[in-house]
Each structure stands twice: as structure tokens, then as C-alpha cells.
Design a protein around this ligand. Structure first.
Ligand code: PLP
Length: 463
């Protein structure tokens, strides 16, 4: 494919290089100090493409791409913000800043939805810290070299991976673990490489993880997915230079091996799809035989209106990509700043959905990735005089609950599944007893995943 665009060198700026960001001079002292204070706690990383082509500096601080990539005062609780601001203003030693930041980080629910306790699988009795296996068909793999991104999102739910809380990290260097685990689990059809962003790896390194999956006669493995923000934050990854050619070729090789390749592309705002290079990247990925499936959370200050979502889904379809999930902002990190109540999220989703034709209605949401599963707000209804949320499991730890509907009392303020109470006088949701059983089971060390995740069936032998 001919490269019509000017080649571009990747330049990245983090907290220590804030002063070197040319556009930063447009911000007043107050805003700059706020960024300095908050970026000591939450990850900050932005590249030249985002700065030059995605952020509209005339609209800062309200610009959605600025909100998406630059830390803001409101992202910390007032007293934490005051503490950090004081430290950066008086140029406190780095160790003091880091110590204060740690305390705040640990209070921000770094690993939501029981990821550490419930999702980490075992092989030969050994915990595989770089993997998560929550839903029957799909195992997540966190390659050690893919634990960063081309830019960071301020709302990142994996933010703990990036702030150097080492004991909280998910990662694995051993492609062999992945192959052996998949081989031992015939129920797995999908491997999802995630991070961070696996697309920050060179193709050569990526091949070390992917090729063994193709060579090992794993017929039950049907789909290889890559969770990535690169098409939005650094589309040149797919369009420029020999490594991008090699990446596209790798996709072609996976397709030729009879597997489906899915780029699970994280697009938060339509501007990320509207530059020439972003569109060229999508075209090139699709030409390889891969499919681009698009997902993002609904985020206050970034994409909290229906027209933005409708425009985004339509642009995705225009480019041949598939709208996939609208998520609810997770209960971690700076969630107070970004959260949108479930009732409002449902309203935004509905009004966006109404604007697009059926080809864009492949999207599902608003969906919470909660401890028992992915729970979608499927409706707000009145049943025998009681106003309720109609909820649905899109994914579930227990496979037989997929697509099952249940009901919660309507609550206009509720932000997350934990805030909801069962409707119709029930004392708990139908899945709660089983979740308690699972937690007990795992605590007792018998925490291998069974094919259906059923602790009552006992433990599948380690392989
Ligand atoms: C969302 C998610 C998946 C993938 O779910 P799909 O509905 O198949 O896209 C897998 N594992 C975890 C832990 C997830 O949160």
C-alpha cells in the first residue's frame, strides 16, 4: 500500500517532561500545577499526534481529547488534591511526592471486580499472574512487553499497571504458559492480548507470543484478539514503516491459519476516527482480513452525549468497523470525575441508538464489567407499579447465565451494580449465593477454573 502521508516520528511526554510540551504554555499556572499534582498519582503520557492532531487547543480545558489525556484537578478528592498540589508547589523531594501518591493510589480501588482474587488461573498448581480467565471462551493474556500505551487515558481502569505499583501488576513473559494453558482448556476459543496495549510491542516481539498459538495444533482456538488503543492514539503503527508492514502480514498469517483476527479497538470519541491517518489505519487492518470491533466507556467530560456516540458508531460503520460495546465507567481510579449514573447512561445509549440504522446496532450497552459478569442495562420499565432497571448478563462467570435477565429497583443516582438492590422484594440477586460459594472456593486454594466455572463440580485436574 502506498504511503500518502508524511512519515512521523513518535514523540512521547510524561510527567517529568511536562515543560517540554509546546502547547502547555497555553495553560495558566493553576492548570499546569494541577496537571503536575494529579499526574504524580494517576498515569500521564501523551504523544505528539494526540497533542497536534486530536486535541483542539482552542477548546481547552473542555476539549474532550484534552480531558481524555490530561489529568485534571477534579480527578482527585479535594483533600488529596490539596496534599499533592502543596507538594508540587513547594518542589518537595520526589520520594515524598511518591509516598503521598502511593497512599492515595491504594485508596482508589486499583483492581476492581475481583480481578486479583477471582480471575487469575493456574497451571500445574502455579498461579499465572499474566493471565485472566473469567469467561469460559476467552482468556486474557498480558504480555510483559505490552504494558504501556501510546498515550494514557485519564480514566484508564488498568491505571494501576502504569503507576509502578509492582505488586499489583498483571504480566507474563512466557508465551509457553499461554500455549499450555489454552491446550489444557478445550473450552477456550479466544485469546485476547491486552495490557496496556499489545500494539506497543514490535511485531517481532508480538510474533513470539502469537506464532506458538498457530503452530501448536490448537484447533479449538478460533479467534485471536488484540485489545488496543493504537488505531486512535498512534495509527501510524499500522501505516508507517517496515514494522507496520510486518504487523499487517502477521494478521494475514493468522487469517491464513484459519483463525479470526479481531482488533478490539478502543475509540472514545469520533475525532479519533476522523483524521486521514486514522482512516488509513482502519482500511489497512481490514484489508488484512482482520475485523475491527470498537468499544469504549461512556465518560463524563469526554463522550457523555448521544450525538457523539451516534457520530462515532456511524463513522465506524463508514470505515467498515463494527460497533461492539459501550461500557459504564468502572469503579476505580478517578471514577467520581468521570462517572455517569446508569439511568443517564441508558438514556444516552438509547438516544444514540435511535439515530443509527441496524448496521450500527451491533453495539451493546451500557455494560458494567462487574464481578459476576458483564451486566447491561437493558431497559427501564414499570412492572406492577414498581419502577425497575431491566438488567441482562452479556457475559457471566457461569456460562448458563449468559443472556439472563434480572431486575433491580430503579435508582436515578445508582452508578454501578453494587449500588443496586433487587426489585420485587427479593433479598438478593439470583447470582449472589453462587458468588459467595466461588469466593470461598477460591480462598481455600482450589481456584482452578472449571470449564463452566462451577465450584460445586469440584476442581478440574491441573494439566
Ligand atoms: C469483556 C471481557 C472479555 C471478553 O468478552 P466478550 O464479550 O467476549 O468480548 C473477556 N474477559 C474479561 C475479563 C472481560 O472483561
Amino acid at each position: 500500500m502506498s504511503n500518502l502521508l508524511e512519515p512521523r516520528a513518535f514523540k512521547v511526554f510524561q510527567r517529568k517532561q511536562l515543560d517540554r510540551i509546546p502547547q502547555i504554555a497555553r495553560l495558566d499556572r493553576e492548570q499546569q500545577d494541577a496537571i503536575r499534582a494529579v499526574s504524580a498519582v494517576l498515569p500521564f503520557r501523551v504523544n505528539n499526534y494526540v497533542l497536534e492532531d486530536l486535541i483542539d487547543w482552542d477548546r481547552v480545558p473542555d476539549d474532550p481529547m484534552f480531558q481524555l489525556t490530561f489529568p485534571q484537578a477534579g480527578m482527585l478528592h479535594d483533600e488529596d488534591f490539596a496534599t499533592m498540589l502543596d507538594l508540587v508547589r513547594r518542589d518537595a523531594p520526589e520520594a515524598e511526592i511518591q509516598a503521598a501518591a502511593r497512599t492515595i493510589q491504594f485508596a482508589m480501588n486499583p483492581h476492581p471486580a475481583g480481578q486479583k482474587e477471582l480471575n487469575v488461573p493456574r497451571l500445574d498448581g502455579q498461579l499465572l499472574q499474566g493471565m485472566q480467565h473469567k469467561y469460559r471462551q476467552t482468556v486474557l493474556f498480558f504480555p510483559a512487553n505490552g504494558q504501556t500505551c501510546h498515550s494514557y487515558c485519564t480514566y484508564c481502569f488498568r491505571w494501576a499497571q502504569f503507576v509502578g505499583i509492582d505488586e499489583l501488576k498483571f504480566l507474563d513473559r512466557e508465551a509457553d504458559h499461554l500455549v499450555r494453558y489454552v491446550a489444557a482448556h478445550p473450552e477456550i476459543t479466544d485469546v485476547l492480548f491486552t495490557g496496556g496495549d499489545p500494539m506497543v510491542m514490535s511485531t517481532k516481539v508480538l510474533r513470539r507470543y502469537v506464532e506458538p498459538l498457530l503452530r501448536s495444533g490448537l484447533d479449538h482456538l478460533k479467534t485471536i484478539r488484540f485489545g488496543t488503543k493504537a488505531p486512535a492514539y498512534w495509527p501510524y503503527r499500522f501505516t508507517q514503516g517496515p514494522d507496520s508492514d510486518d504487523l499487517i502480514q502477521l494478521f494475514e498469517e493468522i487469517v491464513a491459519a484459519g483463525k479470526h483476527v479481531a482488533l478490539m479497538a478502543h475509540y472514545s470519541h469520533p475525532v479519533e476516527l476522523e483524521t486521514e491517518v486514522a482512516q488509513q489505519a482502519v482500511r489497512r487492518i481490514i484489508d488484512s482480513g482482520a475485523v475491527v470491533r470498537c468499544q469504549a466507556p461512556l465518560i463524563r467530560h469526554v463522550n457523555d452525549d448521544a450525538d457523539t456516540w451516534a457520530r462515532m458508531w456511524q463513522t465506524q460503520v463508514d470505515l467498515g468497523a463494527v460497533p461492539y460495546y459501550m461500557f459504564v465507567e468502572r469503579d476505580t481510579g478517578a471514577r467520581d470525575y468521570f462517572e455517569v449514573p446508569l439511568a443517564e447512561a441508558f438514556d444516552i445509549y438509547n438516544r444514540a441508538y435511535a439515530q443509527v440504522s441496524g448496521v450500527a446496532r451491533t453495539v451493546r450497552g451500557p455494560s458494567m464489567s462487574a464481578t459476576p459478569g458483564k451486566v447491561c442495562v437493558d431497559g427501564i420499565a414499570e412492572v406492577h407499579g414498581e419502577k425497575v432497571f431491566v438488567l441482562k448478563f452479556l457475559q457471566c462467570r457461569r456460562t448458563e447465565w449468559a443472556n439472563r435477565i434480572f431486575f433491580a429497583k430503579f435508582d436515578p443516582q445508582a452508578m454501578w451494580l453494587d449500588d443496586l438492590e433487587p426489585a420485587f422484594g427479593e433479598s438478593e440477586f439470583f447470582y449472589e449465593g453462587w458468588m459467595r460459594e466461588l469466593a470461598e472456593h477460591r480462598k481455600s486454594g482450589l481456584n482452578d477454573m472449571t470449564p463452566d466455572g462451577l465450584p460445586s463440580q469440584g476442581v478440574v485436574a491441573d494439566v
